[in-house]
Design a protein around this ligand. Sequence first.
Ligand SMILES: Cc1ncc(COP(=O)(O)O)c(C=O)c1O
Length: 396
Amino acid sequence: MDNLEQIDKEYVLHTYSRDYTEFEHGENAKIYDKQGFCYIDFTAGIGVNSLGHNNKNLVESISNQAKMLHLSNLFAIPQQAKLAKRLVELSKDKMRVFFSNSGLEANECSIKIARLYGESTNRFDIITLKNSFHGRSIATLKACGQDKMHKHFAPFPSGFLYANDISDAINIASNKKNVIAIMLELIQGEGGVKAMPKDEIKNLESWCKKNDVLLIVDEVQSGIYRSGDFLTSQIYGIKPDIISLAKGLGGGVPIGATMTSKIDIFKVGDHGSTFGGNLLSCAAALCVLETLESYKNSGNLDNNIKYFDEKLEQICKDNQNIFIHTSGLGFMQGIKVKNDELLALIIKKAKQNGVLVLKSGNATLRLLPPLTITKDEIDKGFQSLQNALNEINAEI
Ligand SMILES: Cc1ncc(COP(=O)(O)O)c(C=O)c1O
């Protein structure tokens, strides 16, 4: 498009700090710009393109569904029912699902379930963790445990409390009568790709069960095989009362899902969504789940995660003047960088050298490749990243 940057700046509200490269097409973890330059995509559209770009199964499922895109939730939607059944089966828990269109909506639904559950005992406070990220609607913004998110847009809904860590969350919940839920990410995506300690999470789960406080796990970024299993909750060995999903579920088609073991919580009219769970998004999500399930069962996902992990550890070890340590799980990985200026330089140079990488909080480089990335693509991506680091080393 001629003058893309100019038109974008003229007509689109300026909420993003944008790169104006014109990407034209992609193939799995490779993405090509208008000039034909190839980049390895270690971002997957911030954890969305779980099957990479131009996945044949997904293209076919979406194309086949194009004949009927949307009905409305006033009618039964076969793909929606099938997807809910599959999600519940994969969760290995007795749950039901509400479908929406995004992560924040999945979390809004989680919050509504918790508030409804607490109504009869007059409990409504929800505790979230420092540095957490749960979305950008007024309620989910308030749920984020980051002061900078609450600078504008007041008044916010009340009923959110912030804990420094898991034991602090238990302390607050023990001392306050009104707490109905503790909501957290098992791996904080925006907050530095920080994985929560497993023993503390297990302890939190049993504390919550004993005290009838709901455990809400926001798996918007970490769910749908991103950390190596269907849910990160399964890796942690816990069964949350409520789980929110989005990002990777539709492989690029917008869909959010909230799963809960409080299966009878909603009555007709308590919640709804025009687009949520329509034929197109559910057909895409069914294809994503089917493809990833067989990828996991074949051993390919685990093998490639292991391969990626080895490369990640190596690059961290080889560049100790820039990197401090790795963090994360599976294909949701981070490397803590010495400072924010270096991080910005790495992202810029990495792109110039042919690999797209992301920023996370706490001076962390974030890597979220497509889950179907091949060993060859992993090699190319890390080689490009090393080339970028060599250039930086020559400058500093
Ligand atoms: C953990 C988590 N929760 C919620 C969200 C919000 O999702 P969305 O942008 O789809 O509303 C995000 C997005 O980055 C996320 O990482």
